[in-house]
Design a binder for this molecule. Structure first.
Ligand SMILES: Nc1ncnc2c1ncn2[C@@H]1O[C@H](COP(=O)(O)OP(=O)(O)OC[C@H]2O[C@@H]([n+]3cccc(C(=O)O)c3)[C@H](O)[C@@H]2O)[C@@H](O)[C@H]1O
Ligand SMILES: Nc1ncnc2c1ncn2[C@@H]1O[C@H](COP(=O)(O)OP(=O)(O)OP(=O)(O)O)[C@@H](O)[C@H]1O
Ligand SMILES: [Mg+2]
Length: 263
């Protein structure tokens, strides 16, 4: 990967998408993690700091003070406008108004948190004629490892063609602070959650597998190449397969044959 080239493609992409939409800039959720740090950095390079609004959306007892501090460090170093809005009361309001049907499965409430964040980002995008910039990377998008209409509910995905391991490399080029690069990736939806625990493998291996699949390797050969258990491979392959719907617009039942002219 030529990272200078990737950087320039992404910066031009952000600039042209914002211009095409006649928008005043972008809103970004700043978590304190590397994906949002890299994306915010590239957005500033594309649009100037005055056109980027960073919003940190912590949850009491779940978001670490370290992440909150890091989101502020990123915003300050980029000189962007910054807001900090605690989502705990909004979340509690939801939960106290609906019966608990989650069966205590953490992703149910976790996904609700991600969707609350999406609503708040769009509230500000609407208010200031801005677009919501996503931070999804190629590993997350190929696996469907994001909340549909939560962190996946965005207007553009600038780093969506970079694997997570490539995001780490680009972060070094962009001089993102080392302690942010060295953090364990986490969706931060519940205490102790880490991507690699949930996905069952480290990103270095996940990305090598995804890249082989991306270039047409047969799933049955993967186990031998990586010396992994069938369960480890199956977990990734089944995520890829069962989450294809997350990368598509909702299907429409075609009633009027002329409809295809609209698409
Ligand atoms: N075939 C199909 N066609 C159309 N729609 C289909 C479908 N199958 C399910 N669905 C719909 O999709 C829903 C399931 O998708 P979704 O609600 O997203 O939920 P789900 O994929 O179960 O969970 C999201 C996963 O992403 C992880 N995550 C979330 C947020 C951020 C990050 C991060 O890395 O930062 C990671 C999270 O920890 C969890 O493992 C179903 O309830 C159903 O509504
Ligand atoms: N506490 C938060 N405040 C604001 N935005 C958030 C918060 N948590 C998640 N998000 C948004 O959701 C996105 C997806 O989260 P994700 O964890 O994949 O990325 P990250 O935190 O930037 O990097 P990493 O994956 O390494 O933790 C974030 O980049 C950010 O835009
Ligand atoms: Mg994170």
């Amino acid at each position: 990967m030529d990272y200078d080239r990737a950087r320039s493609i992404i910066v031009n992409f952000i600039r042209s998408k914002v211009k095409e939409a006649d928008s005043t800039g972008v809103v970004i959720g700043l978590s304190g993690g590397i994906d949002s740090a890299v994306t915010a950095n590239l957005a500033v390079e594309a649009l100037g700091s005055e056109n980027v609004l960073g919003i940190h959306l912590p949850e009491e007892g779940v978001t670490s003070t370290k992440d909150s501090k890091d989101s502020e460090i990123i915003a300050n170093s980029l000189g962007i406008n910054f807001k900090n809005i605690d989502i705990s009361r909004i979340l509690n309001c939801f939960i106290s108004e609906i019966p608990d049907e989650s069966g205590e499965k953490p992703p149910v409430v976790g996904n609700l948190k991600s969707r609350i964040r999406m609503c708040l980002l769009y509230y500000y995008a609407n208010s200031f004629y801005k677009m919501v910039v996503g931070t999804g990377n190629k590993s997350e998008i190929m696996l469907g490892y994001f909340t549909k209409y939560g962190d996946g509910g965005v207007d553009l995905e600038p780093i969506g063609d970079l694997y997570k391991t490539e995001v780490f490399e680009l972060a070094k080029l962009l001089s993102i602070p080392e302690h942010i690069i060295n953090k364990k990736p986490s969706a931060g939806l519940w205490s102790g959650q880490t991507d690699e625990n949930e996905l069952g493998l480290p990103y270095e291996i996940i990305d090598r597998i995804l890249n082989l699949v991306f270039h047409g390797e047969k799933p049955e050969n993967l186990q031998e190449i990586f010396d992994l258990t069938p369960d480890q491979i199956d977990l990734l392959l089944s995520r890829m397969k069962s989450n294809i719907h997350k990368r598509k617009v909702p299907p429409i039942a075609i009633v009027d044959a002329a409809r295809h002219y609209m698409e």
